[in-house]
Design a protein around this ligand. Structure first.
Ligand code: ZN
Length: 281
């Protein structure tokens, strides 16, 4: 059995055959957590999860890229079917979280991929994302839920916030750095804070300055989560261009190879990790 800890069957890309995809996943012993990226996709993730007595869960949150800061022009993602939100509606997200299927707040964090034109706007853009992130961390704290972090080109700022938060609040923040793309030093910092590390199909890509193999080697087995980020990042050899939770098997195989452990053992331990962190019943 495997748990895809980061899928987006709640996205428009699966509107036509979502139920079939889920059925295939169950036939192959794959469970999943569908991750929200704004209010609409969060609500959808909850609705999907509620249709199934087990094996399908939801995370809710506003992804930094879906925050409309008015400072930069961002592309609408057709596969996601995204809406931008001008602010984080704390109470509405909190209401969504009342569903027993909601196992985490996410994906939330910082994303500095898009860059406003002036230095002043750049700073303000980062500031607004940080403010959003802090509000969502507060929601996780209030609801006592783990967090699914998204971070692109922003580890320094994210680590700074987390270091500060962990020192100043009397609260044990748990969570996973999803689709980790960073240095070994940054990896060690997240591990030191007790966070899990999520690996997906990005490990098959070449990214300057990033050593995925080393990151996987340096992450203890009991801290690894496997994920797909589907419909994106179909791993090499996956039979479809659109990824789905079945792709998680390819990730687990690659990690087992790098860690030099057998596939079944890796499947078992990563499934235990997912169940422990997200309290999956
Ligand atoms: Zn995602």
């Amino acid at each position: 059995m495997l748990v895809d800890t980061h899928s987006h069957l709640n996205f428009a890309a699966f509107n036509k055959d979502r139920e079939e995809v889920i059925k295939k996943c169950f036939e192959n012993n794959v469970w999943m957590i569908n991750i929200g990226t704004n209010y609409e996709t969060s609500k959808k993730a909850v609705e999907i999860a509620e249709k199934y007595p087990q094996g399908v869960f939801a995370a809710i949150g506003l992804h930094p890229i879906n925050l409309d800061t008015g400072l930069v022009k961002m592309k609408v993602d057709e596969e996601e079917g995204a809406h931008f939100e001008k602010q984080f509606d704390y109470e509405n997200y909190k209401k969504l979280a009342q569903s027993a299927k909601v196992v985490a707040i996410g994906e939330i964090g910082l994303d500095y991929y898009w860059k406003p034109k002036t230095t002043k706007k750049k700073e303000l853009f980062k500031q607004k994302q940080k403010e959003l992130f802090l509000k969502e961390l507060e929601l996780a704290r209030e609801l006592n839920l783990p967090v699914i972090f998204h971070c692109r080109m922003a580890h320094e700022d994210l680590l700074e916030i987390l270091n500060y938060k962990l020192k100043t609040i009397n609260y044990k923040l748990t969570g996973v750095m999803h689709g980790f793309v960073g240095t070994v030093e940054q990896l060690k910092e997240y591990l030191k804070m007790g966070f899990y590390i999520g690996f997906n199909g990005i490990i098959f890509k070449k990214i300057e300055g990033i050593n995925f193999k080393e990151n996987i080697r340096k992450t203890p087995l009991d801290k690894i989560l496997v994920e797909t980020d589907c419909p994106y990042l179909a791993p090499p050899g996956f039979p479809e261009e659109r990824n789905n939770p079945l792709g998680v098997k390819f990730i687990a195989e690659k990690i087992a190879e790098i860690k030099n452990v057998d596939f079944n053992g890796l499947a078992e331990i990563t499934t235990e990790n997912a169940k422990r962190l997200f309290k999956l019943g």
